[in-house]
Design a protein around this ligand. Structure first.
Ligand code: ADP
Ligand code: GLC
Length: 493
């Protein structure tokens, strides 16, 4: 077991399938960008391995990527892949390595040709990625104390490490984080041949789950420690309702599971210094927020509707996020002149169709922008009054924390990280609004309550805004928790 003196810096390798600012489809990218940065600020030596997707390499090109002279040769299922090592230095002690393999990653998509479609060769793509990530330390002459893998795309990392793959990192310990248990990386059993693991491990105790290769389960089973991204979610995923079939696996590994609630990048998301906003504002001086709202209404072609709250959504448009509840609930409030709605997102076709209809029925009151748009996300969150996140499940959720930091009060379902980060105004010193059961009645009622407070109690509204903006959700505190966890598995008690 590797021993590190309590105060000495740790060497940590993160393995993630996306990372801001190089490539992002959701919150995992935010975490994989911000957590390593925070660990490096604490003095640790941190590297991140991500796949060298076409878009990621283009982004890295603008940040002065350099290439190792010799690519790595990574064998998967009898085929050798040449994997180039691109390096971008982000900050002292914080380096990103883009693992480039043209035949697997030089494509427009990340996980598939569209958000709702996967590539047929994803098992191979991420097996090559995991093996390359574990070969990376050898190529760099750098031995990490801990390898920290994220989500199913990195699920093979703890398993290969534990089984001594390549025999290069015998003393390295592993941490595996579940960002969303709904996505498990399930493949047909023959893909076991691509993992580099012995066939004998294709059984229900290890890699198999109901006849399929399950890479999330594989990561969970083999890791030295498992984390998930909020305290409440760590409890929820031990129950059938939330675990998407993995509850018994989670219960069986509960002894090594902990929930660490994500933080947010408070530099990137700072209303006082946000270059995307029409005007800066802060908890002390909220006047700029009105200018942001006016600019947003104008940009989105919404009518000037005094008294109506500007209500927004920035989200992947999928069932998990409760978008259907929003579509079902808002019409009476729009017709009554109490709210306007802005939606920024991309995802399921049928949800997009229903949002199109909503927009067509309420011109000047509803605006929908499909696609991924970082500046617009800042403008929407900065300019609106209320942010909707009625997720059926939410491992952590970051956008509700961004919203609070911008004095935009979130309405969230009381689940996962939403329950851990938003306090209902009804309980005193609140920062938003929460509701329980996923049905139209409960959602409409919380929306009604929020719109009522907004319209009739400006003093209370402002107090809640100030309370929300004062929350400390910075990564520094969270990174210290991870560092503690890393040390516990590196130092004998
Ligand atoms: P999830 O990871 O489940 O999608 P999170 O709340 O953790 O949910 O993270 C979502 C991240 O993606 C946030 O940074 C949010 O601002 C961003 N995001 C989601 N949709 C869009 C979009 N259409 N345009 C820009 N950013 C988006
Ligand atoms: C996942 C979850 C989200 C979480 C994010 C970052 O995408 O759906 O709730 O905030 O990962 O951990």
């Amino acid at each position: 077991m590797p021993v590190t003196p309590a105060a000495s810096p740790l060497k940590i390798l993160h393995v993630a399938s996306e990372m801001a600012p190089f490539i992002k489809t959701g919150g995992l990218a935010d975490v994989a960008g911000a957590l390593p940065a925070a660990l490096a600020r604490m003095g640790h030596d941190v590297k991140v391995a991500i796949p060298g997707y076409r878009k990621a390499l283009a982004a890295a090109g603008k940040r002065g990527i350099t290439w190792a002279a010799v690519p790595m040769t990574i064998e998967v299922g009898g085929i050798d892949h040449q994997v180039g090592i691109g390096t971008v230095v982000m900050a002292p002690g914080f380096t990103v390595h883009l693992l480039a393999c043209n035949e697997l990653f030089d494509r427009d998509g990340i996980y598939g040709p569209s958000p709702s479609q996967d590539y047929d060769d994803n098992a191979r793509r991420f097996a090559v990625f995991c093996k390359a990530a574990l070969a990376l330390p050898g190529a760099l002459g750098w031995a990490p104390h801990v390898v920290h893998g994220h989500d199913w795309q990195a699920g093979l990392v703890p398993a290969l490490l534990e089984r001594g793959y390549g025999n290069v990192l015998p003393a390295t310990r592993s941490v595996f984080s579940i960002h969303n248990i709904a996505y498990q990386g399930q493949f047909w059993h023959w893909d076991m041949k691509l993992t580099g693991l012995d066939w004998s491990l294709f059984n229900p105790l290890f890699c198999e789950h109901y006849g399929k290769l399950n890479l999330l389960k594989t990561g969970i089973v083999f890791a030295d420690r498992v984390t998930t991204v909020s305290r409440t979610y760590a409890g929820e995923i031990q129950q059938g309702e939330f675990a998407f079939g993995l509850e018994s696996v989670i219960k069986g590994t509960a002894y090594k599971l902990s929930g660490i609630t994500n933080g947010i990048d408070t530099q990137e998301w700072d209303p006082a210094k946000d270059p995307h906003l029409a005007k800066a504002f802060s908890a002390e001086d909220l006047s700029g927020k009105a200018a942001c709202a006016a600019a947003l209404r104008k940009d989105c072609g919404l009518v000037n509707a005094p008294g109506a709250a500007l209500v927004s959504v920035v989200s992947r448009l999928v069932e998990q996020k409760g978008i259907d509840l929003i579509i079902d609930a808002v019409t009476p409030y729009i017709l009554a002149g109490r709210m306007q709605l802005i939606v920024l997102g991309t995802g399921d076709y049928h949800l997009e169709q229903r949002l199109n209809q909503l927009q067509a029925r309420h011109p000047g009151w509803v605006y929908v922008w499909y696609g991924y748009n970082e500046p617009l996300a800042h403008q929407v969150i900065g300019g609106s009054d209320i942010f909707l996140m009625p997720s059926r499940t939410e491992p952590c959720g970051l956008t509700q924390m961004y919203a609070m930091r911008y004095g935009t009060l979130p309405i969230v379902r009381f689940t996962g990280g939403l329950a851990d980060t938003v306090k209902d105004v009804a309980t005193g010193n609140g920062t938003g609004f929460t509701f329980g059961p996923v049905d139209l009645g409960h959602f409409s009622s919380v929306l009604d309550r929020a719109l009522g407070l907004y319209a009739h109690f400006p003093g209370e509204w402002r107090d809640a805004q100030v309370q929300a903006m004062g929350q400390d959700n910075s990564w520094d505190r969270v990174a210290a928790e991870y560092a503690g966890l890393y040390r516990r598995i590196c130092i004998p008690a």
